[in-house]
Design a protein around this ligand. Structure first.
Ligand code: GUN
Length: 297
């Protein structure tokens, strides 16, 4: 039987309507307009598209945004100065430096320089540490989008075996962590697989919920999952272009065959992807609200 399609795009739309209301309320009751600064270094076409989407989302939701595009040969010192300027700018509650950065810039040093209360990506080690011990205010955008997708699709995680494939700092490690936290975290049993895992299929076949973020088309095939699994495909792989020049996208999961066995599955595009920017907007509002209540955890 074909799986239920989890439509992230629809869930994202619903959450954005809620965020727009929250923004209006913050403006009306506290006189605060949430503000996001995005910094793009260089000309990477994919990054340009993402930053453009973030700017557009801000404008639609009533969030103030400042976009800074600087050349690929910008020095690390100049970028750090820019980050520090936004750290002290009262109009800005969230700072996002688009990754990847050019090779001559140490991304860790840049992330460390962002004021943790404005780190809406949740990449700063202070926020990563808080996530780990379960006291964070921010959650990283893609993993938080996955948690929200499951919640709003009435798919419980409590007591389930969640298998995560991929150990990136942006998706794999944080989602594994959020899934193992006690309620309101996932409260699941978690297995984290990676390139060093021997016999990957033996683990993925045990998954009640399988989360895949490896950046490789069709890395997961039907023989690697059990009947009734819930599949969350985080992959966005560009595998070619249409006649009109639009990118053809595919996930990390062989959708056609896996959907025959799964109970539910996220499509690519239109699954996890749209949630990431939505959760960034949510974090920006949360950062502005944190300022409003003066809460420094
Ligand atoms: N590059 C790809 N994904 C992301 C993200 O979520 N945040 C930032 N800052 N850069 C990215």
């Amino acid at each position: 039987m074909a799986a239920k399609l989890i439509k992230g795009a629809e869930i994202s739309k619903q959450i954005r309507e809620e965020i727009a209301k929250e923004v209006q309320e913050l403006k009306d009751k506290q006189g605060i307009t949430p503000g996001l600064a995005t910094i793009l270094v260089g000309e990477d076409p994919g990054s340009k598209v993402y930053v453009g989407q973030k700017e557009k989302a801000c404008s639609k939701l009533g969030i103030y945004s400042e976009r800074i595009d600087i050349p690929a040969d910008t020095s690390e010192a100049d970028l750090l100065d820019l980050v520090k300027k936004f750290n002290h700018d009262p109009k800005i509650h969230g700072i996002l430096v688009q990754l990847p950065l050019p090779k001559h810039i140490d991304a860790s040093r840049v992330i460390y320089a962002i004021e943790p209360d404005k780190d809406v990506d949740c990449f700063h080690p202070v926020n990563v540490g808080k996530l780990m011990i379960g006291t964070g205010r921010f959650f990283p955008c893609t993993p938080n989008g996955i948690m929200e997708i499951l919640k709003r699709s009435d798919i419980p995680t409590e007591g389930k075996h969640v298998v995560v494939v991929g150990r990136s700092n942006i998706v794999g490690k944080p989602i594994a962590n959020m899934m193992l936290q006690p309620p309101p975290g996932g409260n699941a049993t978690v297995t984290l697989c990676h390139t060093g895992t021997k016999d990957l299929a033996a683990f993925t076949r045990m998954a009640d919920i399988l989360i895949v973020a490896v950046g490789k088309p069709k890395a997961i095939t039907a023989d690697m999952v059990k009947e009734g699994v819930v599949v969350i495909d985080v992959g966005v792989n560009r595998i070619g272009k249409t006649a009109e020049g639009k990118a053809i996208l595919t996930g990390d999961v062989d959708f056609g065959s896996v959907q025959e066995k799964a109970a539910a599955i996220t499509p690519v595009p239109g699954g996890v992807g749209p949630m990431t920017i939505t959760m960034l907007m949510k974090n920006t509002v949360e950062a502005a609200r944190g300022l409003a209540v003066g809460s420094k955890q």
